[in-house]
Design a protein around this ligand. Sequence first.
Ligand code: SF4
Length: 252
Amino acid sequence: MILPRELQILKSHGSQYIRNLADVKLPETFRGRPEISGNMTVADALELENICPAGAISHYPEPALDMGKCLFCKECQFRRPDLVKFTNDYKIAANNRDDLVVKAGDKNPISFRHNLVRDEIRKIFGRALKLRQISAGGDNSCEMELNAAGNVNFDMGRFGIEFQASPRHCDGIVITGPVTLNMAEALKICYEATPSPKIIILAGTDAISGGLFSESAAIDRSFVESHAIDLYVPGNPAHPLTFVNGILNMMR
Ligand code: SF4
């Protein structure tokens, strides 16, 4: 039986969960969707290309920043605050890889292409989606954030989205990490054990592009490169709000 005093304590805690995950005002310091000034010249882009540790900035064919490669270290903004600014827009998940590339002068939100979502995803998984998370050489940062997506704040379980232990009980996989050689076969086995139809989500920069390890001889990207990807969730690590909103876009 809950006593009046306990009720008072519960009341004083207020609402623990975020009611509307699609409308959260994050601090200005959050590292979300970047904006590149339309005044950025090829020479400016070359300067930033040289200091970017991940090869995320390119000058050709036009100045652009690839969120799929970006470490969100903000080094480019520190160097040229007049040209690069990371906004607090966390809705940056996309289902088309090219949409992760932000071009100079582009201030639009990241678009989600509903026409690319497979029919069976909305038909079968629209109300419940069980996922198996595979840490394929991850550093535990994205993994912790994905864990947080299920906590009392973000509570993705209210939308029927949950992580499961067995791939046989799942509708898809979420890959984190750059896919190390040691995990390449395990990733393949896990995917094959998941019943069809199934989806593939890449969470975090490492999973999307290999990140800092993209040139390493110790990774094997063949699985990622040979399968259709249903959702890209950028971030280093990916934020729970980005992850849940991306999945909701895909499911509904
Ligand atoms: S924030 Fe991204 S684009 Fe800028 S320097 Fe870091 S990795 Fe490169």
